[in-house]
Design a protein around this ligand. Structure first.
Ligand SMILES: C=C(O[C@@H]1C=C(C(=O)O)C=C[C@H]1O)C(=O)O
Length: 167
């Protein structure tokens, strides 16, 4: 599967040490585990159904009348820990219900398993569109993935502990 990726930035530039992380094509989980030298620890702060906001629907690529219709999705919010007592990444994943068919249903039963283990199991990269911006808690990448025809949106914010980790 050829991987196409487009990245665009807000009007600031990220620190150079973050660029390769913000632009990484493959699994962030895999990269974080190499950096940590151990499996990633995933702490869930929320997991369940949510009505999407207009902005979330736009981020998923919806247009026209679809933007005015209510849309329910499965949302997962986690903190990712490398080898620190503080989390390295805050992540939110949005799965429209239409994307949770077939083998994608397992994305609702992950518990502490990183999504990356499932998402990148069969291919090292996935077609995606990415937007990078600075937020109050850190530099964030928002990636809309095409996972075998299913659309899902994953936002990852790199927290201060990630930048200060020396490994
Ligand atoms: C999407 C990936 O999975 C990572 C794991 C996540 C989770 O378990 O909720 C969320 C975001 C990612 O940083 C990845 O490895 O690229």
């Amino acid at each position: 599967m050829s991987s196409t990726q487009t990245s665009c930035f807000s009007n600031m530039s990220p620190p150079s040490e973050l660029l390769s992380w913000l632009n990484a094509k493959g699994s962030l989980t895999a990269m974080l585990e190499v950096k940590a030298g151990q499996p990633l620890r995933v702490e869930r702060s929320f997991e369940g159904y949510q009505q999407l906001s207009l902005i979330q629907k736009q981020q998923l690529g919806l247009q026209g009348a679809a933007l005015n219709r209510p849309m329910l999705a499965w949302v997962r919010e986690v903190q990712l820990y490398g080898n620190d007592e503080l989390p390295w990444v805050d992540a939110q994943s949005i799965f429209p219900l239409s994307s949770l068919k077939g083998r994608a249903r397992r994305l609702q039963q992950l518990k502490g398993t990183p999504i990356g283990y499932v998402l990148f199991k069969r291919s090292r990269t996935l077609p995606n569109q990415r937007f990078i911006q600075q937020t109050a808690t850190g530099w964030q990448r928002q990636t809309r993935y095409d996972w075998y025809g299913r659309t899902l949106m994953i936002s990852e914010t790199f927290l201060p502990a990630f930048l200060s980790s020396d490994c």
